[in-house]
Design a protein around this ligand. Structure first.
Ligand SMILES: [Zn+2]
Ligand SMILES: [Zn+2]
Length: 193
């Protein structure tokens, strides 16, 4: 998905050094930190605001061929309801589980995540996880009634909202035209009365 690859920036909160973990199999290290969200994390309608806090609670384990990262990342999500356009703001917890292979691992897997030196860059993983987690059509609530297609009234606020008189100018013109037709028919059939 992310073909453009930038080297891991050790200053980024999403980049974790495994220096203290070492490679001895079974060793474990816990990482609890808050990182800044990168730009463009999400899609057009909903996403994680750039710079918002990503709360990481991770466990890193040396696992022979690499480092197994498990835990959670809690992110802020903001966007707008696809039906009524109300702003949505929420926090969501993402499950994280990924094996990062050592740079010199002989595992022949092009798709696998790899350490860069001693660094684990979580950004591509967080990116993919967020995109998979976000709804395609975000809703303020599951049964959101949306907006009136005629006038844009929020139907959640006015559930009984209806239009007795058409608002659409084309429908208005049609309404004007109908009485004229019926009055013409009345004058053309005087003998029936
Ligand atoms: Zn809504
Ligand atoms: Zn309306």
């Amino acid at each position: 998905m992310t073909s453009l690859h930038r080297p891991a920036d050790p200053r980024s909160g999403l980049v974790i050094s495994t220096h203290d973990l070492g490679r001895q199999q079974g060793r474990m290290m816990e990482v609890t930190r808050v990182a800044d969200a990168p730009d463009e994390l999400g899609n057009d309608v909903i996403g994680v605001p750039p710079g918002s806090p990503i709360a990481l609670e991770l466990r890193l384990e040396s696992a022979g061929d690499g480092v197994l990262v498990t835990g959670s990342a809690e992110v802020e999500v903001s966007g707008e309801c696809a039906r009524c356009l109300t702003a949505i703001s929420d926090r969501t917890e993402l499950d994280v589980m990924e094996l990062f292979l050592y740079p010199d691992s002989e595992a022949d897997d092009e798709e696998a995540s790899r350490l860069e030196g001693e660094l684990i860059d979580l950004e591509p993983l967080i990116r993919d996880t967020v995109v998979l987690d976000l709804p395609f059509t975000p809703l303020c609530r599951e049964d959101c009634a949306g907006l009136c297609p005629l006038c844009g009234q929020d139907l959640n606020a006015a559930p009984d909202h209806t239009h007795e008189d058409p608002v659409d100018p084309r429908l208005g013109a049609l309404a004007d035209w109908q009485p004229q037709t019926s009055s013409t028919e009345e004058t053309s059939t005087p003998r029936e009365q």
